[in-house]
Design a binder for this molecule. Sequence first.
Ligand code: UD1
Length: 417
Amino acid sequence: MDKIRIVGGNRLEGEVKVSGAKNASLPILAACLLTRGECVLHGIPCLRDVEVMLQVLRSLGARVTWQGSDLVVSAQEVVATEIPESLMRQMRASNLVMGALLGRCGTFKAFTPGGCAIGSRPMDLHLKGFNALGAKINQEYGFIIGEAQRVRGVSIQLDFPSVGATENLMMAATLAEGVTVIRNAAREPEIVDLQNFLRRLGARIWGAGTHEIRIEGVANLGSGEHTVIPDRIETGTFLVAGVLTQGDVLISNAVEEHVESILAKLQEAGAEVSSGKEGVRVRGGCCLKAVDVKTLPYPGFPTDMQPQIVTLLSVANGTSLVTETIFENRFKHIDELRRMGARVRLEGRSVIIYGVPRLTGAIVEASDLRAGAALVLAGLVADGETLVEGTVHIDRGYERLEEKFKQLGADIQRLTK
Ligand code: UD1
């Protein structure tokens, strides 16, 4: 099993370019199933989660080829409508092909995903929406089966602005008969990117980025080309690294608007933030201040940055309160950070962080993707050597992480054995 070894203490300095967004790439890849045309995608990152999605697409009959760094997907024929159980178990976001399968073929079958390291994560909002669009949903023997004679446009009010449910319903409605309106839709930039891609294929869809998305069903879609947006969570992770190490880091392709909530908290904690044509830049001061953070749907502070900000605040001056409102169990990094000397206490869905002057290197285990990122960040400022195990989780969502940190001056390497 690989490990990441970090010797802490180096100040990070310089420029880095983040990869294309994982969470934009996955629904966009799923949406390729909606067309017989050819989809040419730029900026799809080489990640384990992307590889799983490509396997899902191939298993359903799509041709997928890398041409250099571009990905060409062609789903001339869809030969299966069941998502292989092993792939669904490897990555729950495999469920994003449900909506596309329902739209294109009128049916799908999928293994019911269980809870995961960060929470119970039910699928009820996806299924209620499919049902409203005319699908009969059966859940039996551990599988979910959706079947629709016809997918018909309808008004759907989501109980919560779920990212995955919004994306699945957008895809299911694209080829539906009539008009679909999704109210209380998620507003994440990845939803806007999916809309932009669907439009390139010929879909009639508006409103992504607001709470109301309107989709006028079309009979079929054509070919299209698209570049995915830069990853805002990777951007946030490097911004935190810059501040944490009292460094000076420029993310040359960051979209400022996508990371405003993160920048606001870094500024409140004492960082100097600037942005312009050259990208988004942070400079960390000598003493970080404690701040309170609450995760919320976009444009609020992202849950996918909660573990990383906890690391930052663990060495800030004073007491911070970080409240997690999206995933009830996203705290596995807490015990590991404690092993590194952090003074953190869990109270319900909040973490109370009593800032300490320094962390100390230790052997720690990444339980999930962003918890892993938080531990790598902790290693960058800890005294001595940190070994982060469970890199398989980090590889789900960060492309060439060690290389990029090394480029900024970190003492970091992957140990393969
Ligand atoms: C996506 C992101 C993930 C991010 C999350 C929240 C992808 C591939 N993953 O996950 O990185 O952390 O958004 O920003 O894009 N919920 C229900 N019923 C449902 C669906 C969701 O109760 O049918 C709940 C979930 O349990 C969770 C909350 O809604 O508590 C948010 O989940 P959701 O927005 O759906 O997240 P994902 O799409 O799974």
